[in-house]
Design a protein around this ligand. Structure first.
Ligand SMILES: Nc1ncnc2c1ncn2[C@@H]1O[C@H](COP(=O)(O)OP(=O)(O)OP(=O)(O)O)[C@@H](O)[C@H]1O
Length: 360
């Protein structure tokens, strides 16, 4: 587990951040200039913060109280930057070997063949760096970091420089990486990337930790919804594939009820589904004769105005141990007479499968 508590000033930035990153993927999310890269640089040892304490497992990386500051090369941290920073003269294999040579002899972690397989880079081994696409360079840079057998991987917007098709190509490899169980701190501006990859979310705003906790709870939190943008706010829920119906629909079971997906998935697999707030319609009675198949029942937990300028409300609904978020007009709120604890039904217009692999 990584524990970060730091204070630092740099230019306009007045940083005072505190959070814990358990195993799995911890996303650092926040507006540009919030201080995310500064935090990651402090964890890696590239930057010495003015004050604070950073620990990784039982190792103190930095502690201003005891004047401890473990040098960068002793931190056993893999760092993947936005631009891949490969050595141009070494070739693909040379870059990977550079990472491999940095691994301590007795270190645990995936071996060369496992890393190659996980990132799909076997066909690239003989290539020159200059002959690689942006997405291929990103994968080699991740491979090089992994081969140094780090205790944690820091990824600072690793996909930001790539176009949408290249990003889509790399995301499944990042899912493979996540499933190895290696703790990862992942900086991103993209809510969809975070919804797909992260387990823990840390929201950084103007140098402060605005919120930190399980992704599922925070993505459906009305107070944070404006930060996630028009299409970002919503819920992430976990379901298990229960069966395949004769008409080709896949039946999945979650805490809030049964849902149906149009594409096939293996029975027993755990899926992560994303349900955007704008894709949820609320009803007091269980609707009949609708084309929508996916309806979950629950109770209203919280109702919050979206903004002063907009006549709309966020409605947070508890369905079993999952939380949904809906965005409705003031008129609908009044017509449905929604209040905390009101029983209601959430009709889901769209359900997106965000994670195909089983949870680690
Ligand atoms: N060495 C420095 N000198 C002056 N200002 C600095 C320095 N380092 C960081 N800053 C300031 O700190 C702010 C936060 O930078 P940082 O790169 O950590 O933010 P970020 O959240 O990662 O942003 P982005 O998402 O755009 O990468 C920047 O606006 C910058 O002005």
């Amino acid at each position: 587990m990584l524990k970060v508590c730091l204070k630092h000033r740099a230019g306009q930035l007045d940083l005072s951040a505190e959070f814990t990153a358990p195993t799995g993927v911890t996303a650092l999310f926040g507006p540009s200039g919030a201080g995310k890269s500064t935090i990651v640089n402090a964890i890696s040892g590239l930057l010495r913060p003015a004050a604070g304490r950073i620990t990784l497992g039982g190792t103190v990386l930095f502690d201003s109280a005891t004047r401890t500051n473990l040098p960068l090369h002793k931190r056993r941290i893999g760092y993947v930057f936005q631009e891949p920073r490969l050595f141009p003269h070494l070739g693909v294999r040379g870059n990977l070997d550079y990472g491999r040579r940095r691994a301590p002899k007795d270190a645990q972690g995936p071996d060369f063949d496992q890393v190659i397989g996980m990132l799909g880079i076997a066909p690239l081994l003989g290539r020159r760096v200059a002959a690689l696409s942006g997405g291929e360079k990103a994968r080699i840079s991740i491979g090089r970091a992994l081969l140094s057998k780090p205790q944690i991987l820091l990824m600072d917007e690793p996909l930001a420089a790539l176009d949408a098709p290249r990003r889509a190509e790399i995301l499944p490899f990042l899912e493979n990486l996540r499933d190895t169980g290696l703790p990862i701190v992942y900086v991103s501006h993209s809510v969809s990337e975070i919804a797909r990859l992260a387990d823990t979310l840390v929201v950084i705003e103007a140098g402060r930790t605005r919120a930190s906790g399980p992704l599922q709870t925070l993505l459906a939190e009305p107070d944070l919804a404006p930060l996630f943008g028009q299409d970002g706010a919503g819920a992430v829920i976990h379901v298990q594939v229960a069966g395949q119906d004769p008409d080709g629909m896949t039946r999945v079971q979650g805490a809030g009820g049964t849902l149906f997906l149009t594409e096939p998935h293996p029975v027993g697999q755990t899926l992560r589904l994303r349900i955007q707030a704008s894709d949820v319609i609320l009803s007091r009675q269980r609707p009949e004769g609708l084309s929508a198949l996916n309806i979950l029942s629950g109770q209203v937990q919280k109702i919050t105005p979206t903004s002063k300028a907009e006549d709309r409300f966020w409605v947070q609904i508890r369905c079993g141990d999952e939380t949904l978020l809906a965005k409705i007009t003031a008129r609908s709120r009044q017509a449905l007479d929604l209040r905390p604890d009101t029983e209601c039904h959430a009709i889901l217009k769209t359900v997106a499968v965000e994670r195909r692999a089983p949870r680690p």
